[in-house]
Design a protein around this ligand. Structure first.
Ligand code: ATR
Length: 282
């Protein structure tokens, strides 16, 4: 028993709140499918207790963590302070969702952008090359995915945020002529082929106020939030005439698969896990 336990690598998702996270179920499904011997739990960190919770998990022999709200930026700073390695995509985002411990150097990575791009292109058939994207929000979630959208050869990336200064900051950080900051009051003037909601408005409970013109006639609208019922953003998108719509469940599964690959070197099949979660939620 002791021997078997020693062979099991331990992972978890850390956040606050964390009780409703789907990550433990997703990783349990990946482990069953690939035969990898892992355990994956959920860690609630107090708002001021991120680093203590991570350091305890690591010194207890944990192999890696997924990081979720509100700790993605803190995780980035922590890896830097520890002298760990940050992947180029983590550096571009300035935020992390994946930590790897173990014999090698501490590694900080961000798989959110890769997860979004894979979900859009492979599950939903959206071509990013040449697309004009309207990205709503300029917080941690938007920062995590913007570099991957640019790497996907989009033709333009308009970042619109309620607080314009934050949109400008993000665009400056991207330092790419295709990325521009858009004033929230001019949001209807963009004519994107893809609208992506990366705000926390749905989660925080205060509504996102958008003119219907943002959606009318658009080919694809995507909400990075996943909820069992359609989000307000997706309901408005449908009412206002956005032709195809999707929520963030696929991104959630894809970013998890990418983290699993970072940890285990094995890429799980995401289709069956996505379908099981979707059916379970229905
Ligand atoms: P996250 O890590 O989820 O991105 P965050 O860094 O707190 O969280 O950022 C939240 C994002 O949602 C911000 O872009 C925020 O806009 P502001 O920068 O103006 O605060 C956006 N947001 C939250 N509630 C919103 C609302 N009701 N309407 C529009 N944008 C909203």
């Amino acid at each position: 028993m002791t021997e078997r336990r020693a062979m099991v690598a331990r992972y978890a998702v850390i956040g606050n709140p964390i009780a409703h996270s789907r990550s433990p179920a997703i990783h349990a499904a990946f482990a069953a499918q690939t035969g990898e011997h892992i355990e994956y739990g959920a860690l609630l960190a107090p708002p001021e207790g991120f680093r203590e919770t991570v350091e305890r998990f690591r010194s207890d022999g944990g192999s890696g963590l997924n990081v979720t709200l509100p700790f993605k930026e803190q995780a980035f700073d922590w890896v830097r302070e520890q002298g760990g390695v940050l992947t180029p995509r983590a550096l571009a985002a300035g935020a992390l969702n994946t930590l790897r411990f173990g014999a090698d150097a501490l590694l900080g990575d961000n798989t959110d952008g890769a997860g979004l791009v894979r979900d859009l292109q492979e599950r939903h058939g959206v071509a990013l090359a040449g697309a004009s994207v309207l990205l709503l929000g300029a917080g941690g979630a938007a920062r995590g995915v913007a570099p991957a959208l640019l790497a996907g050869q989009v033709q333009g990336l308009h970042v619109a945020n309620r607080t314009l200064a934050r949109a400008r900051e993000l665009v400056e950080r991207l330092s790419d002529a295709r990325a521009t900051a858009l004033d929230w009051s001019r949001i209807a003037q963009a004519a994107p082929t893809l609208v992506i909601n990366a705000t926390s408005a749905g989660i925080a409970g205060d509504g996102l106020e958008l003119p219907d013109a943002v959606f009318a006639g658009r080919p694809f609208c995507y909400d990075m939030v996943y909820a069992p019922r359609a989000t307000d953003f997706l309901e408005q998108a449908q009412r206002a005439g956005c032709r195809q719509r999707a929520d963030g469940l696929g991104m959630l599964v894809e970013q998890a698969a990418e983290s699993f690959f970072v940890w285990r070197g094995v890429r799980p099949a995401t289709g069956p896990v996505f379908r099981a979660l979707r059916e379970h939620a229905a």
